[in-house]
Write a protein that binds this ligand. Structure first.
Ligand code: ADP
Ligand code: PEP
Ligand code: MN
Length: 603
Protein backbone atom coordinates (compact mmCIF):
# COMPACT_ATOMS: atom_id res chain seq x y z
CA UNK A 1 0.00 0.00 0.00
CA UNK A 2 1.22 3.48 -0.85
CA UNK A 3 2.29 5.78 1.96
CA UNK A 4 -0.46 8.00 3.23
CA UNK A 5 -3.18 5.84 1.77
CA UNK A 6 -5.62 4.99 4.50
CA UNK A 7 -7.64 2.52 2.58
CA UNK A 8 -10.98 4.22 2.67
CA UNK A 9 -12.57 6.34 0.02
CA UNK A 10 -13.98 8.49 2.80
CA UNK A 11 -10.64 10.28 2.89
CA UNK A 12 -10.98 11.03 -0.78
CA UNK A 13 -14.04 13.05 -0.08
CA UNK A 14 -12.41 15.13 2.54
CA UNK A 15 -11.12 18.11 0.58
CA UNK A 16 -14.39 18.52 -1.27
CA UNK A 17 -16.79 18.18 1.64
CA UNK A 18 -18.68 21.33 0.73
CA UNK A 19 -19.16 20.38 -2.88
CA UNK A 20 -22.20 18.28 -3.64
CA UNK A 21 -21.78 16.21 -6.75
CA UNK A 22 -24.52 15.31 -9.19
CA UNK A 23 -25.12 11.58 -9.52
CA UNK A 24 -22.59 9.97 -11.82
CA UNK A 25 -22.26 6.66 -13.63
CA UNK A 26 -20.12 3.91 -12.07
CA UNK A 27 -17.66 4.15 -14.95
CA UNK A 28 -17.21 7.86 -14.39
CA UNK A 29 -16.92 7.35 -10.64
CA UNK A 30 -14.09 4.91 -11.03
CA UNK A 31 -12.34 7.27 -13.46
CA UNK A 32 -12.70 10.12 -11.06
CA UNK A 33 -11.35 8.01 -8.24
CA UNK A 34 -8.31 7.01 -10.20
CA UNK A 35 -7.55 10.62 -11.09
CA UNK A 36 -8.12 11.75 -7.52
CA UNK A 37 -5.66 9.17 -6.22
CA UNK A 38 -2.77 11.06 -7.81
CA UNK A 39 -4.03 14.15 -6.12
CA UNK A 40 -4.47 12.85 -2.58
CA UNK A 41 -1.31 10.83 -2.55
CA UNK A 42 0.34 11.26 -0.19
CA UNK A 43 -1.94 13.37 2.03
CA UNK A 44 -0.49 12.96 5.50
CA UNK A 45 -2.21 15.98 6.91
CA UNK A 46 -4.72 18.24 5.16
CA UNK A 47 -3.12 21.56 6.20
CA UNK A 48 0.12 20.66 4.41
CA UNK A 49 -1.65 20.21 1.09
CA UNK A 50 -0.97 22.97 -1.42
CA UNK A 51 -3.70 25.58 -1.10
CA UNK A 52 -5.21 24.95 -4.53
CA UNK A 53 -5.99 21.37 -3.56
CA UNK A 54 -8.06 22.60 -0.67
CA UNK A 55 -10.03 24.90 -2.86
CA UNK A 56 -13.52 23.58 -3.27
CA UNK A 57 -13.49 24.27 -6.99
CA UNK A 58 -10.64 21.89 -7.43
CA UNK A 59 -13.03 18.99 -7.66
CA UNK A 60 -15.13 20.94 -10.11
CA UNK A 61 -12.14 21.83 -12.21
CA UNK A 62 -11.23 18.19 -12.48
CA UNK A 63 -14.72 17.07 -13.26
CA UNK A 64 -14.96 17.87 -16.91
CA UNK A 65 -18.73 17.78 -16.79
CA UNK A 66 -18.62 21.08 -15.02
CA UNK A 67 -16.87 23.12 -17.70
CA UNK A 68 -19.20 25.71 -19.06
CA UNK A 69 -22.13 23.85 -17.47
CA UNK A 70 -21.89 20.88 -19.76
CA UNK A 71 -24.74 19.08 -18.06
CA UNK A 72 -28.00 17.29 -18.76
CA UNK A 73 -29.16 18.18 -22.25
CA UNK A 74 -25.59 18.82 -23.42
CA UNK A 75 -24.51 15.37 -22.36
CA UNK A 76 -27.44 13.89 -24.27
CA UNK A 77 -26.47 16.00 -27.24
CA UNK A 78 -22.96 14.59 -27.31
CA UNK A 79 -24.13 11.01 -26.78
CA UNK A 80 -26.59 11.35 -29.62
CA UNK A 81 -23.89 12.84 -31.82
CA UNK A 82 -21.95 9.59 -31.40
CA UNK A 83 -19.54 10.55 -28.66
CA UNK A 84 -18.63 7.87 -26.14
CA UNK A 85 -19.39 9.79 -22.99
CA UNK A 86 -18.32 6.93 -20.76
CA UNK A 87 -14.83 7.07 -22.19
CA UNK A 88 -13.94 10.58 -23.20
CA UNK A 89 -13.70 13.71 -21.11
CA UNK A 90 -15.27 16.72 -22.72
CA UNK A 91 -13.76 20.04 -21.76
CA UNK A 92 -16.08 22.73 -22.93
CA UNK A 93 -14.92 26.36 -23.09
CA UNK A 94 -12.11 25.42 -20.75
CA UNK A 95 -10.09 28.25 -19.18
CA UNK A 96 -7.08 29.46 -21.11
CA UNK A 97 -4.75 28.34 -18.32
CA UNK A 98 -6.05 24.79 -18.52
CA UNK A 99 -5.65 24.71 -22.29
CA UNK A 100 -2.06 25.85 -21.79
CA UNK A 101 -1.47 23.04 -19.29
CA UNK A 102 -2.94 20.39 -21.54
CA UNK A 103 -1.09 21.64 -24.62
CA UNK A 104 2.19 21.62 -22.70
CA UNK A 105 1.55 18.23 -21.14
CA UNK A 106 0.21 16.42 -24.18
CA UNK A 107 1.25 18.29 -27.30
CA UNK A 108 4.79 19.52 -26.77
CA UNK A 109 3.79 23.18 -26.52
CA UNK A 110 5.94 25.64 -24.60
CA UNK A 111 5.48 29.08 -23.11
CA UNK A 112 7.28 31.94 -24.85
CA UNK A 113 9.23 34.64 -23.02
CA UNK A 114 6.22 36.96 -23.20
CA UNK A 115 3.73 34.32 -22.08
CA UNK A 116 2.29 33.18 -25.41
CA UNK A 117 1.78 29.48 -26.05
CA UNK A 118 4.09 28.21 -28.79
CA UNK A 119 2.46 25.37 -30.72
CA UNK A 120 3.27 23.36 -33.77
CA UNK A 121 0.83 22.26 -36.43
CA UNK A 122 2.84 19.30 -37.69
CA UNK A 123 3.33 18.55 -41.36
CA UNK A 124 0.85 21.09 -42.71
CA UNK A 125 1.82 24.66 -41.92
CA UNK A 126 -0.60 26.34 -44.34
CA UNK A 127 -4.05 25.78 -45.82
CA UNK A 128 -4.71 22.89 -48.21
CA UNK A 129 -7.00 24.43 -50.87
CA UNK A 130 -6.75 21.40 -53.15
CA UNK A 131 -8.22 19.20 -50.45
CA UNK A 132 -11.11 21.51 -49.60
CA UNK A 133 -14.53 20.35 -50.73
CA UNK A 134 -18.15 21.38 -50.52
CA UNK A 135 -20.90 18.79 -50.29
CA UNK A 136 -23.19 18.70 -53.31
CA UNK A 137 -26.68 18.62 -51.84
CA UNK A 138 -30.18 19.92 -52.57
CA UNK A 139 -30.34 22.94 -50.29
CA UNK A 140 -27.24 24.75 -51.58
CA UNK A 141 -26.26 23.21 -54.93
CA UNK A 142 -27.90 25.93 -57.05
CA UNK A 143 -26.28 28.75 -55.13
CA UNK A 144 -22.73 27.42 -55.12
CA UNK A 145 -20.27 28.45 -57.79
CA UNK A 146 -18.90 25.14 -58.93
CA UNK A 147 -15.96 26.84 -60.61
CA UNK A 148 -12.39 25.81 -60.25
CA UNK A 149 -12.35 26.48 -56.51
CA UNK A 150 -15.28 24.54 -55.14
CA UNK A 151 -14.76 20.82 -55.53
CA UNK A 152 -17.85 18.65 -55.13
CA UNK A 153 -18.14 15.95 -52.52
CA UNK A 154 -21.09 13.59 -52.31
CA UNK A 155 -23.18 13.33 -49.17
CA UNK A 156 -22.21 9.73 -48.51
CA UNK A 157 -18.48 10.49 -48.56
CA UNK A 158 -19.11 13.31 -46.14
CA UNK A 159 -20.86 10.87 -43.78
CA UNK A 160 -17.90 8.49 -43.98
CA UNK A 161 -15.42 11.25 -43.14
CA UNK A 162 -17.64 12.65 -40.41
CA UNK A 163 -17.92 9.23 -38.79
CA UNK A 164 -14.17 8.76 -39.11
CA UNK A 165 -13.58 12.06 -37.33
CA UNK A 166 -15.94 11.18 -34.48
CA UNK A 167 -14.46 7.68 -34.19
CA UNK A 168 -11.04 9.24 -33.86
CA UNK A 169 -12.21 11.77 -31.27
CA UNK A 170 -13.68 8.87 -29.28
CA UNK A 171 -10.22 7.36 -28.93
CA UNK A 172 -8.90 10.49 -27.17
CA UNK A 173 -8.94 10.97 -23.43
CA UNK A 174 -9.67 14.66 -23.82
CA UNK A 175 -12.05 16.16 -26.28
CA UNK A 176 -12.29 19.94 -26.35
CA UNK A 177 -15.40 21.83 -27.22
CA UNK A 178 -15.51 25.53 -27.83
CA UNK A 179 -18.85 27.25 -28.26
CA UNK A 180 -18.75 30.80 -29.56
CA UNK A 181 -20.27 33.20 -32.04
CA UNK A 182 -19.35 34.28 -35.53
CA UNK A 183 -20.53 37.83 -36.24
CA UNK A 184 -20.64 40.74 -33.78
CA UNK A 185 -24.02 42.02 -34.90
CA UNK A 186 -26.61 39.95 -32.96
CA UNK A 187 -29.00 40.23 -35.92
CA UNK A 188 -26.67 38.33 -38.23
CA UNK A 189 -24.50 36.20 -35.97
CA UNK A 190 -24.38 32.43 -35.83
CA UNK A 191 -23.52 30.03 -33.02
CA UNK A 192 -20.47 27.92 -33.79
CA UNK A 193 -19.35 24.77 -31.97
CA UNK A 194 -15.82 23.45 -32.42
CA UNK A 195 -15.11 19.88 -31.36
CA UNK A 196 -11.44 18.95 -31.46
CA UNK A 197 -8.75 16.77 -29.94
CA UNK A 198 -6.00 19.31 -29.37
CA UNK A 199 -5.96 21.94 -26.65
CA UNK A 200 -4.10 24.10 -29.18
CA UNK A 201 -7.07 24.03 -31.57
CA UNK A 202 -9.52 24.79 -28.78
CA UNK A 203 -7.43 27.78 -27.66
CA UNK A 204 -7.08 28.94 -31.25
CA UNK A 205 -10.84 29.04 -31.71
CA UNK A 206 -11.28 30.54 -28.25
CA UNK A 207 -9.21 33.41 -29.63
CA UNK A 208 -10.70 33.58 -33.11
CA UNK A 209 -14.42 33.20 -32.41
CA UNK A 210 -16.40 35.68 -30.34
CA UNK A 211 -16.18 34.49 -26.75
CA UNK A 212 -19.58 34.13 -25.09
CA UNK A 213 -20.24 35.46 -21.60
CA UNK A 214 -21.03 32.95 -18.89
CA UNK A 215 -24.75 33.67 -19.28
CA UNK A 216 -24.61 33.29 -23.05
CA UNK A 217 -22.81 30.01 -22.62
CA UNK A 218 -25.36 28.72 -20.14
CA UNK A 219 -28.15 29.27 -22.64
CA UNK A 220 -26.15 28.50 -25.77
CA UNK A 221 -28.35 25.57 -26.83
CA UNK A 222 -27.96 23.98 -30.26
CA UNK A 223 -25.21 25.44 -32.44
CA UNK A 224 -25.88 26.68 -36.00
CA UNK A 225 -22.62 25.30 -37.31
CA UNK A 226 -20.27 22.58 -36.04
CA UNK A 227 -16.62 21.91 -36.83
CA UNK A 228 -15.34 18.39 -36.19
CA UNK A 229 -11.59 18.72 -36.19
CA UNK A 230 -9.82 15.36 -36.16
CA UNK A 231 -6.83 16.81 -37.98
CA UNK A 232 -4.29 14.46 -36.39
CA UNK A 233 -5.98 11.54 -38.09
CA UNK A 234 -5.72 11.01 -41.86
CA UNK A 235 -8.53 10.67 -44.35
CA UNK A 236 -8.63 7.32 -46.10
CA UNK A 237 -7.28 7.84 -49.61
CA UNK A 238 -9.36 4.94 -50.91
CA UNK A 239 -12.63 6.58 -49.90
CA UNK A 240 -14.42 7.57 -53.08
CA UNK A 241 -13.70 11.17 -54.02
CA UNK A 242 -10.66 11.48 -51.78
CA UNK A 243 -7.29 12.27 -53.34
CA UNK A 244 -4.98 12.52 -50.36
CA UNK A 245 -4.90 11.95 -46.64
CA UNK A 246 -6.01 15.54 -46.08
CA UNK A 247 -9.66 16.45 -46.26
CA UNK A 248 -11.39 19.68 -45.35
CA UNK A 249 -15.09 19.73 -46.13
CA UNK A 250 -18.20 21.79 -45.56
CA UNK A 251 -21.77 20.55 -45.68
CA UNK A 252 -24.31 23.39 -45.88
CA UNK A 253 -27.27 21.10 -45.37
CA UNK A 254 -25.95 19.66 -42.12
CA UNK A 255 -24.15 22.94 -41.38
CA UNK A 256 -21.03 21.01 -40.45
CA UNK A 257 -17.37 20.96 -41.31
CA UNK A 258 -15.03 18.00 -41.00
CA UNK A 259 -11.26 18.22 -40.91
CA UNK A 260 -8.98 15.21 -41.33
CA UNK A 261 -5.26 15.02 -42.02
CA UNK A 262 -4.24 18.62 -41.33
CA UNK A 263 -3.58 20.32 -38.02
CA UNK A 264 -3.17 23.80 -39.50
CA UNK A 265 -5.52 25.81 -37.31
CA UNK A 266 -6.23 28.41 -40.00
CA UNK A 267 -8.51 25.88 -41.75
CA UNK A 268 -11.07 26.33 -38.98
CA UNK A 269 -11.24 30.10 -39.08
CA UNK A 270 -11.41 30.13 -42.87
CA UNK A 271 -14.08 27.41 -42.68
CA UNK A 272 -16.21 29.74 -40.59
CA UNK A 273 -15.58 32.45 -43.17
CA UNK A 274 -16.75 30.18 -46.01
CA UNK A 275 -19.96 29.54 -44.11
CA UNK A 276 -20.55 33.25 -43.58
CA UNK A 277 -19.64 33.91 -47.23
CA UNK A 278 -22.61 31.68 -48.05
CA UNK A 279 -25.09 32.55 -45.31
CA UNK A 280 -24.73 36.32 -45.31
CA UNK A 281 -25.67 36.95 -48.95
CA UNK A 282 -28.06 34.00 -49.33
CA UNK A 283 -29.94 34.00 -46.01
CA UNK A 284 -29.47 37.53 -44.67
CA UNK A 285 -28.99 39.58 -47.84
CA UNK A 286 -25.74 41.08 -46.50
CA UNK A 287 -22.30 41.33 -48.06
CA UNK A 288 -19.50 39.25 -46.57
CA UNK A 289 -15.97 40.34 -47.42
CA UNK A 290 -12.43 39.05 -47.02
CA UNK A 291 -11.29 42.32 -45.55
CA UNK A 292 -10.00 44.09 -42.50
CA UNK A 293 -11.71 47.19 -41.15
CA UNK A 294 -10.99 50.13 -38.90
CA UNK A 295 -12.63 53.38 -37.89
CA UNK A 296 -11.13 56.86 -37.36
CA UNK A 297 -10.91 57.99 -33.73
CA UNK A 298 -11.66 61.60 -34.66
CA UNK A 299 -13.92 61.40 -37.70
CA UNK A 300 -15.58 58.04 -37.19
CA UNK A 301 -14.86 57.24 -40.84
CA UNK A 302 -14.83 53.55 -41.65
CA UNK A 303 -12.30 51.94 -44.01
CA UNK A 304 -12.41 48.43 -45.45
CA UNK A 305 -9.16 46.86 -46.65
CA UNK A 306 -9.73 44.03 -49.14
CA UNK A 307 -6.92 41.67 -49.93
CA UNK A 308 -5.83 38.11 -50.30
CA UNK A 309 -3.52 36.58 -47.73
CA UNK A 310 -0.25 38.43 -47.21
CA UNK A 311 -1.30 41.71 -48.83
CA UNK A 312 -1.43 43.65 -45.54
CA UNK A 313 -4.98 43.50 -44.15
CA UNK A 314 -3.80 42.68 -40.64
CA UNK A 315 -0.69 44.87 -40.65
CA UNK A 316 -2.33 48.00 -42.09
CA UNK A 317 -5.56 47.83 -40.11
CA UNK A 318 -3.61 47.95 -36.82
CA UNK A 319 -3.12 51.73 -36.82
CA UNK A 320 -2.50 53.89 -33.73
CA UNK A 321 -4.77 56.63 -35.11
CA UNK A 322 -7.73 54.35 -35.65
CA UNK A 323 -9.82 51.77 -33.82
CA UNK A 324 -9.53 48.24 -35.13
CA UNK A 325 -12.85 46.60 -36.03
CA UNK A 326 -11.18 43.45 -37.31
CA UNK A 327 -8.29 42.12 -39.37
CA UNK A 328 -9.72 39.57 -41.80
CA UNK A 329 -13.44 38.83 -42.18
CA UNK A 330 -16.29 41.36 -42.20
CA UNK A 331 -19.85 41.87 -43.23
CA UNK A 332 -20.99 45.12 -44.80
CA UNK A 333 -24.58 45.15 -43.67
CA UNK A 334 -27.49 47.51 -44.26
CA UNK A 335 -26.74 49.10 -40.90
CA UNK A 336 -22.94 49.29 -41.00
CA UNK A 337 -19.93 47.00 -40.72
CA UNK A 338 -19.28 44.16 -38.31
CA UNK A 339 -16.42 41.79 -37.73
CA UNK A 340 -17.11 38.07 -38.02
CA UNK A 341 -14.33 37.11 -35.62
CA UNK A 342 -13.28 37.69 -32.03
CA UNK A 343 -9.56 37.70 -32.71
CA UNK A 344 -6.74 38.33 -35.16
CA UNK A 345 -4.36 36.00 -36.95
CA UNK A 346 -1.19 37.91 -37.71
CA UNK A 347 1.85 36.86 -39.66
CA UNK A 348 5.01 36.78 -37.58
CA UNK A 349 7.63 36.65 -40.28
CA UNK A 350 10.21 39.38 -39.58
CA UNK A 351 7.91 40.85 -36.97
CA UNK A 352 9.44 43.70 -34.98
CA UNK A 353 8.31 45.97 -32.16
CA UNK A 354 9.41 48.98 -34.20
CA UNK A 355 7.50 48.25 -37.39
CA UNK A 356 4.39 46.60 -35.97
CA UNK A 357 4.15 47.53 -32.27
CA UNK A 358 0.44 46.71 -31.81
CA UNK A 359 0.87 43.16 -33.10
CA UNK A 360 4.19 42.61 -31.36
CA UNK A 361 2.70 43.59 -28.00
CA UNK A 362 -0.36 41.41 -28.50
CA UNK A 363 1.86 38.35 -28.18
CA UNK A 364 1.40 37.50 -24.52
CA UNK A 365 -0.46 35.18 -22.16
CA UNK A 366 -3.44 33.78 -24.04
CA UNK A 367 -1.98 34.26 -27.54
CA UNK A 368 -0.92 31.32 -29.64
CA UNK A 369 2.31 31.40 -31.58
CA UNK A 370 2.20 28.88 -34.38
CA UNK A 371 5.25 27.19 -35.85
CA UNK A 372 7.58 29.87 -34.52
CA UNK A 373 11.15 28.83 -33.73
CA UNK A 374 12.32 29.88 -30.27
CA UNK A 375 15.56 30.13 -28.38
CA UNK A 376 15.62 27.10 -26.06
CA UNK A 377 17.36 28.99 -23.28
CA UNK A 378 15.54 32.31 -23.24
CA UNK A 379 12.24 31.14 -24.78
CA UNK A 380 12.47 34.20 -27.02
CA UNK A 381 10.65 33.67 -30.32
CA UNK A 382 12.84 34.13 -33.35
CA UNK A 383 10.58 35.81 -35.90
CA UNK A 384 13.29 35.84 -38.55
CA UNK A 385 13.66 32.07 -38.49
CA UNK A 386 11.60 30.50 -41.25
CA UNK A 387 13.01 27.02 -40.93
CA UNK A 388 9.60 25.54 -40.05
CA UNK A 389 7.61 27.74 -42.41
CA UNK A 390 7.38 31.30 -43.72
CA UNK A 391 3.78 31.25 -42.57
CA UNK A 392 4.52 31.69 -38.87
CA UNK A 393 1.49 33.10 -37.08
CA UNK A 394 0.07 34.49 -33.92
CA UNK A 395 -3.61 34.22 -32.95
CA UNK A 396 -4.79 36.58 -30.21
CA UNK A 397 -8.12 37.90 -28.94
CA UNK A 398 -8.92 41.25 -30.55
CA UNK A 399 -8.91 43.01 -27.18
CA UNK A 400 -5.13 42.46 -27.09
CA UNK A 401 -4.89 45.30 -29.63
CA UNK A 402 -5.05 48.48 -27.51
CA UNK A 403 -7.17 50.37 -30.05
CA UNK A 404 -9.78 47.69 -30.66
CA UNK A 405 -13.36 48.79 -31.19
CA UNK A 406 -15.29 46.47 -28.89
CA UNK A 407 -17.95 45.38 -29.65
CA UNK A 408 -16.50 45.05 -33.14
CA UNK A 409 -19.38 46.62 -34.97
CA UNK A 410 -20.08 50.13 -36.25
CA UNK A 411 -23.41 51.57 -37.28
CA UNK A 412 -21.81 53.63 -40.03
CA UNK A 413 -21.29 52.99 -43.70
CA UNK A 414 -17.69 52.89 -45.01
CA UNK A 415 -16.10 56.05 -46.41
CA UNK A 416 -13.11 54.38 -48.07
CA UNK A 417 -12.35 51.04 -49.62
CA UNK A 418 -8.75 50.05 -50.08
CA UNK A 419 -8.04 47.16 -52.39
CA UNK A 420 -4.68 45.69 -51.46
CA UNK A 421 -2.65 43.93 -54.05
CA UNK A 422 0.81 42.47 -53.81
CA UNK A 423 2.15 42.86 -57.32
CA UNK A 424 5.18 40.65 -57.90
CA UNK A 425 6.01 42.36 -61.21
CA UNK A 426 6.42 45.86 -59.79
CA UNK A 427 4.14 47.26 -62.48
CA UNK A 428 1.24 48.67 -60.46
CA UNK A 429 1.76 52.01 -58.70
CA UNK A 430 1.86 52.07 -54.89
CA UNK A 431 -1.50 53.85 -54.96
CA UNK A 432 -4.10 54.80 -57.50
CA UNK A 433 -7.68 56.06 -57.33
CA UNK A 434 -10.31 53.84 -58.89
CA UNK A 435 -13.54 54.86 -60.58
CA UNK A 436 -16.62 52.82 -59.56
CA UNK A 437 -16.26 50.74 -62.73
CA UNK A 438 -12.58 50.13 -62.07
CA UNK A 439 -13.48 49.11 -58.52
CA UNK A 440 -15.88 46.46 -59.87
CA UNK A 441 -13.31 45.34 -62.43
CA UNK A 442 -10.47 44.96 -59.94
CA UNK A 443 -12.68 43.32 -57.32
CA UNK A 444 -13.73 40.66 -59.84
CA UNK A 445 -10.22 40.23 -61.23
CA UNK A 446 -8.64 40.10 -57.76
CA UNK A 447 -5.07 40.42 -59.01
CA UNK A 448 -2.34 39.82 -56.44
CA UNK A 449 0.34 37.30 -55.55
CA UNK A 450 0.13 34.32 -53.31
CA UNK A 451 2.69 34.77 -50.59
CA UNK A 452 4.88 31.86 -49.59
CA UNK A 453 3.54 29.50 -46.97
CA UNK A 454 -0.09 30.41 -46.51
CA UNK A 455 -1.10 27.69 -48.90
CA UNK A 456 0.56 24.31 -48.99
CA UNK A 457 3.20 24.22 -51.74
CA UNK A 458 3.57 27.96 -52.44
CA UNK A 459 7.30 28.67 -52.10
CA UNK A 460 7.71 32.11 -53.70
CA UNK A 461 5.31 34.93 -54.62
CA UNK A 462 3.08 33.61 -57.40
CA UNK A 463 0.96 36.07 -59.41
CA UNK A 464 -2.66 35.07 -59.19
CA UNK A 465 -6.16 36.34 -59.90
CA UNK A 466 -8.10 35.61 -56.75
CA UNK A 467 -11.60 36.80 -57.49
CA UNK A 468 -13.19 39.04 -54.84
CA UNK A 469 -9.76 38.83 -53.18
CA UNK A 470 -11.06 35.64 -51.62
CA UNK A 471 -11.03 32.86 -54.23
CA UNK A 472 -10.09 30.09 -51.79
CA UNK A 473 -13.16 30.88 -49.69
CA UNK A 474 -15.64 31.91 -52.33
CA UNK A 475 -18.96 30.10 -52.31
CA UNK A 476 -21.31 31.97 -54.67
CA UNK A 477 -20.67 33.23 -58.17
CA UNK A 478 -18.27 36.22 -57.88
CA UNK A 479 -20.79 38.36 -59.74
CA UNK A 480 -23.18 38.13 -56.78
CA UNK A 481 -20.68 39.67 -54.37
CA UNK A 482 -19.54 42.21 -56.99
CA UNK A 483 -23.09 43.36 -57.65
CA UNK A 484 -23.80 43.91 -53.98
CA UNK A 485 -20.51 45.74 -53.61
CA UNK A 486 -21.16 48.10 -56.53
CA UNK A 487 -24.65 48.82 -55.23
CA UNK A 488 -23.43 49.64 -51.73
CA UNK A 489 -20.47 51.69 -52.97
CA UNK A 490 -22.63 53.86 -55.16
CA UNK A 491 -25.40 54.25 -52.58
CA UNK A 492 -22.95 55.43 -49.93
CA UNK A 493 -20.53 57.25 -52.27
CA UNK A 494 -17.48 55.32 -51.12
CA UNK A 495 -14.03 56.25 -52.46
CA UNK A 496 -11.92 53.37 -53.69
CA UNK A 497 -8.12 53.06 -53.79
CA UNK A 498 -5.88 50.39 -55.21
CA UNK A 499 -2.76 50.01 -53.09
CA UNK A 500 0.17 47.90 -54.20
CA UNK A 501 1.98 46.59 -51.10
CA UNK A 502 4.10 44.35 -53.32
CA UNK A 503 7.05 45.19 -55.49
CA UNK A 504 7.64 48.67 -56.76
CA UNK A 505 9.93 49.63 -59.55
CA UNK A 506 10.29 46.10 -60.81
CA UNK A 507 10.93 42.83 -59.14
CA UNK A 508 14.08 42.38 -61.17
CA UNK A 509 16.85 44.90 -60.85
CA UNK A 510 16.17 47.69 -58.40
CA UNK A 511 12.77 46.48 -57.29
CA UNK A 512 11.86 45.57 -53.75
CA UNK A 513 8.68 45.31 -51.76
CA UNK A 514 7.16 48.73 -51.08
CA UNK A 515 8.54 49.73 -47.67
CA UNK A 516 5.83 49.50 -45.03
CA UNK A 517 6.42 53.11 -43.96
CA UNK A 518 5.46 54.36 -47.42
CA UNK A 519 2.32 52.25 -47.53
CA UNK A 520 1.40 53.55 -44.09
CA UNK A 521 1.96 57.13 -45.29
CA UNK A 522 -0.36 56.46 -48.23
CA UNK A 523 -3.04 55.02 -45.95
CA UNK A 524 -2.67 58.07 -43.68
CA UNK A 525 -3.19 60.31 -46.72
CA UNK A 526 -6.39 58.42 -47.53
CA UNK A 527 -7.59 58.96 -43.98
CA UNK A 528 -6.67 62.61 -43.54
CA UNK A 529 -8.44 63.45 -46.78
CA UNK A 530 -5.35 64.80 -48.56
CA UNK A 531 -5.27 62.03 -51.15
CA UNK A 532 -8.80 62.69 -52.35
CA UNK A 533 -7.75 66.29 -53.01
CA UNK A 534 -4.44 65.41 -54.68
CA UNK A 535 -3.51 66.08 -58.28
CA UNK A 536 -3.50 62.96 -60.41
CA UNK A 537 -1.72 61.81 -63.52
CA UNK A 538 -2.75 59.02 -65.82
CA UNK A 539 -1.00 55.65 -65.80
CA UNK A 540 -1.04 54.37 -69.39
CA UNK A 541 -2.26 50.92 -70.29
CA UNK A 542 -4.03 50.42 -66.96
CA UNK A 543 -5.71 53.81 -67.17
CA UNK A 544 -5.21 54.42 -63.46
CA UNK A 545 -5.09 57.79 -61.69
CA UNK A 546 -1.84 58.19 -59.75
CA UNK A 547 -1.41 61.05 -57.26
CA UNK A 548 1.57 63.26 -58.08
CA UNK A 549 2.33 63.89 -54.41
CA UNK A 550 1.81 61.99 -51.17
CA UNK A 551 3.21 63.33 -47.90
CA UNK A 552 6.08 61.10 -46.73
CA UNK A 553 6.51 59.15 -49.98
CA UNK A 554 9.35 59.94 -52.41
CA UNK A 555 7.95 61.22 -55.67
CA UNK A 556 9.88 58.74 -57.82
CA UNK A 557 8.25 55.79 -56.08
CA UNK A 558 4.71 56.93 -56.90
CA UNK A 559 4.93 56.39 -60.63
CA UNK A 560 6.37 53.02 -61.72
CA UNK A 561 7.40 54.58 -64.99
CA UNK A 562 9.92 56.74 -63.10
CA UNK A 563 10.74 54.02 -60.61
CA UNK A 564 11.94 51.58 -63.25
CA UNK A 565 15.45 52.27 -64.52
CA UNK A 566 15.07 50.00 -67.55
CA UNK A 567 12.15 51.56 -69.44
CA UNK A 568 11.98 48.85 -72.09
CA UNK A 569 11.80 46.12 -69.51
CA UNK A 570 9.09 48.11 -67.80
CA UNK A 571 6.95 48.32 -70.95
CA UNK A 572 7.39 44.60 -71.50
CA UNK A 573 6.20 43.83 -68.00
CA UNK A 574 3.26 46.23 -68.34
CA UNK A 575 2.10 44.47 -71.52
CA UNK A 576 2.60 41.07 -69.96
CA UNK A 577 0.55 41.92 -66.89
CA UNK A 578 -2.18 43.62 -68.96
CA UNK A 579 -2.44 40.45 -71.03
CA UNK A 580 -2.78 38.36 -67.89
CA UNK A 581 -5.62 40.62 -66.69
CA UNK A 582 -7.45 40.28 -70.01
CA UNK A 583 -7.19 36.51 -69.91
CA UNK A 584 -8.29 36.25 -66.29
CA UNK A 585 -11.21 38.64 -66.72
CA UNK A 586 -12.61 36.70 -69.69
CA UNK A 587 -14.32 34.48 -67.10
CA UNK A 588 -16.56 37.34 -65.94
CA UNK A 589 -16.93 39.34 -69.14
CA UNK A 590 -20.41 38.17 -69.98
CA UNK A 591 -21.67 38.92 -66.47
CA UNK A 592 -20.74 42.59 -66.39
CA UNK A 593 -21.80 45.77 -68.12
CA UNK A 594 -19.52 46.92 -70.98
CA UNK A 595 -18.31 49.90 -68.93
CA UNK A 596 -16.91 47.54 -66.29
CA UNK A 597 -15.28 45.39 -68.94
CA UNK A 598 -13.73 48.54 -70.43
CA UNK A 599 -12.38 49.62 -67.03
CA UNK A 600 -9.54 47.12 -67.15
CA UNK A 601 -6.14 47.54 -68.82
CA UNK A 602 -6.38 47.99 -72.58
CA UNK A 603 -4.00 45.67 -74.35
N1 ADP B 1 4.21 47.69 -47.78
C1 ADP B 1 3.71 46.75 -46.99
N2 ADP B 1 2.41 46.80 -46.63
C2 ADP B 1 1.87 45.84 -45.85
N3 ADP B 1 2.57 44.78 -45.37
C3 ADP B 1 3.88 44.68 -45.70
C4 ADP B 1 4.49 45.65 -46.52
N4 ADP B 1 5.77 45.29 -46.68
C5 ADP B 1 5.96 44.17 -46.00
N5 ADP B 1 4.83 43.77 -45.39
C6 ADP B 1 4.68 42.54 -44.59
O1 ADP B 1 3.76 41.73 -45.31
C7 ADP B 1 2.94 40.99 -44.43
C8 ADP B 1 1.48 41.34 -44.63
O2 ADP B 1 0.74 40.36 -43.99
P1 ADP B 1 -0.65 40.54 -43.31
O3 ADP B 1 -0.87 41.94 -42.88
O4 ADP B 1 -0.77 39.47 -42.29
O5 ADP B 1 -1.57 40.21 -44.57
P2 ADP B 1 -3.06 39.69 -44.57
O6 ADP B 1 -3.65 40.03 -43.27
O7 ADP B 1 -3.68 40.42 -45.72
O8 ADP B 1 -2.96 38.23 -44.82
C9 ADP B 1 3.39 41.32 -43.02
O9 ADP B 1 4.31 40.35 -42.62
C10 ADP B 1 4.06 42.69 -43.21
O10 ADP B 1 5.05 42.95 -42.25
C1 PEP C 1 -5.33 32.64 -42.41
C2 PEP C 1 -5.37 33.11 -43.60
O1 PEP C 1 -5.65 34.44 -43.77
P1 PEP C 1 -4.74 35.69 -44.00
O2 PEP C 1 -3.43 35.21 -44.54
O3 PEP C 1 -5.53 36.50 -44.96
O4 PEP C 1 -4.53 36.40 -42.68
C3 PEP C 1 -5.22 32.21 -44.71
O5 PEP C 1 -5.38 32.64 -45.85
O6 PEP C 1 -4.99 31.03 -44.44
MN1 MN D 1 -4.44 38.64 -41.95
Amino acid sequence: MLPGWRGSIKHLRFPFASYSRPSISPARASRLLSSFSTMVLPPPDPPTLPPHILHKNYAQAHDSEQFGNLIGRDLDYFSQAGFDMDRIQIKRNAPVALLYEDAIRNEGAIISSSGALINFSGKKTGRSPKDKRIVFEDTSKNDIWWGSVNIKMDEHTFEINRERAIDYLNTRDNVYVFDGYAGWDPKYRIKVRVICARAYHALFMNNMLIRPTEEQLAEFGEPDFIIYNAGQFPANRFTKGMSSTTSVEINFKRMEMVILGTEYAGEMKKGVFSVMHYLQPVKFGQLSLHSSANVGIENNDVTLFFGLSGTGKTTLSADPNRLLIGDDEHVWSDSGVFNIEGGCYAKCINLSAEKEPEIYNAIRFGSILENVVYNPLSRFPDYDDVSITENTRCAYPIEFIPNAKIPCVVDRQPSNIIMLTCDAFGVLPPVSKLTPEQASYHFLAGYTSKTPGTEDGVLEPIPTFSTCYSAPFIVLHPGRYAEMLAERMSKHKVDCWLINTGWTGGKYGTGKRCPLKYTRAIVDAVHNGSLAKAEFENFGTFNLSIPTHVEGVPKEVLNPHTAWADKEAFQREVRKLAGMFAKAFALYEKDVEPKVRMAGPQV
